[in-house]
Ligand binder design. Structure first.
Ligand code: ADP
Ligand code: MG
Length: 541
């Protein structure tokens, strides 16, 4: 039965084509050197097996060795094809007689396959297989029955033969293509896994070796990642943090801001800064400066928030020291004036006490004594409150009171220098949320600068009014030496001073405090005419 012989041949061909392909997909080899040579030789082995499985019909020996030759030609080029072809011919000649048609046929077919390959060199192998197969069929029909006159009277025989060679080529081609595709997919997946692993390990390296705290928050506001640096800086193990509610570790005064930042970020979808205090394992508060970055999905929805925080406790401490030293230097400078001022009421008090026994106008004297004592009290307590380092405490305060206190405090010195303060408040309710002492320090510094700009005395005009939005403007106009226009941008730079004994820190501290209170500060000045300092601060309801 020819059919059974053909089926056996086809099965053997399929098995032998797929075996190396399956092996290759399991082994992750580097590309084989001189692959064409090896495949050519292996093709030769396959063709030998096929020749061995050949069968006799009408006096001729038949096999489908040309299927493997066509496949090798198409997939690995003429070099490999020639090797397979030569081995196939040798096996055929050893296997049976009728050498003449076999040799002639071989020469013609090899030449045609060679030429057809040349023309389809840049095509995809699958298409090339089809072209080579068609060329083979045409060549066979022309040479075998027509020129060589072999079994011309039985076309069914040739049809059968060509059909099975074609099925052999197609089965082999389909096997190769599908394994190739599978192999490409596996390789691509491996490559992707490797890239992913590489990039992941790179990010892990950064996250695990940074001294910044990295947190990732999901859209439900739960923290899904804490970098290992948390353990180093705060002392908490990551597993501990994962079980704790984050707000419990944030300073109660900062929790509102912390939550507010989440809401604002969800609305604006823009990165935001935030300063907050975090408690470490020993219960100590640490200052952190953080940046919040939204991570968007393709649909522009926030998927995650990355929060990177840096410990700024040291910087805060240094700033505090600077603030304190500048404060002390001003207070120290003023001490002489204050002492002088305290001496005056004390003299009065002493005089009246001496009069006590002699005079009878006790009531009037008492009132005077009390008012003088009150004055001493305000001056000394103001001096103390300014000089003493204090914990920052945000409170509601009326700007009118803060300005009044500062003016009161400076008036002894102003009197000595023949300087008058005039105040005009356009309204009474100028409430702001602030650290009182800091705002007083701003006024103190600006008033002092104004006084220092007027060595011959003059007037300092302080105006307080509401602004356009929910803010207020405090204007301080002096009649002093003024500031050259080109130097105005330098105001607020640390150590920028034109004074012999100046520190150049006063305005820098003022800028910092005003910025912390979400306000701004502006200067307008005319040389030898005076300077106008304008401070804008947001009002509280
Ligand atoms: P300092 O008072 O120690 O010099 P400041 O930071 O307070 O430091 O001020 C910086 C400089 O700005 C001063 O040296 C002065 O030249 C200038 N300046 C500030 N305010 C005035 C003002 N009202 N009139 C003229 N110059 C001023
Ligand atoms: Mg100053």
């Amino acid at each position: 039965m020819i059919l059974i012989d053909y089926i056996i041949n086809l099965s053997m061909l399929s098995l032998m084509v797929s075996t190396p392909l399956v092996i290759r997909s399991y082994l992750n080899h580097k590309p084989i050197k001189q692959l064409w040579l090896w495949v050519g030789l292996y093709g030769g082995v396959v063709s030998t097996v096929l020749v061995m499985l050949s069968f006799q019909d009408q006096g001729y020996s038949y096999d489908i060795r040309y299927s493997i030759i066509i496949l090798v030609f198409a997939y690995l080029g003429p070099g490999a094809g020639m090797i397979t072809g030569s081995i196939a011919l040798a096996s055929r000649l050893m296997e049976s007689e009728n050498w003449f048609p076999a040799i002639i046929g071989w020469f013609v077919v090899m030449t045609i396959l060679f030429v057809a390959h040349k023309f389809t060199m840049h095509w995809k192998p699958a298409r090339r297989v089809m072209v080579l197969l068609c060329s083979y069929i045409v060549t066979y029909i022309i040479t075998v029955p027509i020129i060589l006159n072999v079994i011309r009277d039985n076309p069914v025989f040739h049809l059968q033969y060509l059909l099975f060679v074609s099925i052999g080529v197609l089965t082999g081609g389909v096997l190769i293509e599908s394994y190739e595709k599978l192999y490409r997919i596996i390789k691509e997946r491996k490559r992707m896994e490797q890239t992913l692993e590489e990039s992941e390990s790179k990010y892990r390296l950064i996250a695990e070796n940074t001294s910044d705290l990295i947190m990732v928050m999901d859209k439900e506001h739960a923290i899904t990642y804490f970098s290992p640096s948390h353990e180093m800086i705060l002392g908490f193990r990551v597993a501990e943090l994962e079980k704790t509610e984050i707000c419990k570790l944030i300073h109660p005064e900062d929790v509102v801001n912390f939550r507010g930042t989440i809401t604002q970020l969800m609305e604006n979808k823009e990165s935001m800064p935030l300063e907050f205090r975090f408690q470490d394992k020993d219960g100590k508060w640490m200052d952190f400066e953080s940046r919040w970055m939204p991570v968007m999905s393709d649909e522009q929805v926030i998927e995650h928030i990355v929060i990177i925080s840096r410990d700024i406790s040291e910087r805060k401490k240094a700033e505090e020291i600077l603030l304190q030293s500048e404060k002390l230097s001003i207070v120290g400078e003023l001490a002489a004036g204050v002492a002088h001022e305290i001496r005056n009421p004390l003299t009065t008090i002493k005089g009246f006490i001496q009069l006590y026994g002699k005079e009878d106008k006790l009531n009037e004297i008492n009132n005077l004594l009390l008012s003088e004592l009150e004055r001493i009290e305000t001056i000394t307590s103001e001096m103390l409150s300014l000089g003493k380092p204090q914990a920052i405490q945000l409170n509601r305060a009326n700007l009118c009171d803060l300005i009044d206190h500062t003016v009161e405090f400076l008036s002894p010195q102003a009197n000595m220098k023949n300087i008058q303060f005039s105040r005009s408040y356009l309204g009474t309710d100028f409430f702001i949320t602030c650290e009182k002492n800091q705002i007083k320090q701003v006024f103190l510094n600006i008033f002092k600068n104004a006084m220092e700009a007027m060595p011959k005395g003059g007037n300092i005009d302080i105006k307080l009014q509401k602004g356009i939005n929910d803010d207020c403007i405090i204007s301080i106009q002096d009649e002093g030496c003024g500031i050259p226009e080109e130097l105005i941008p330098r105001l607020g730079e640390p150590f920028y001073t034109l004074k012999e004994k100046g520190t150049g820190l006063g305005l820098m501290i003022c800028h910092k405090i005003i910025k912390q209170h979400s306000g701004s500060i502006f200067y307008h000045s005319k040389l030898n005419q005076g300077t106008l300092v304008e401070i804008e601060l947001p009002l509280t309801n």
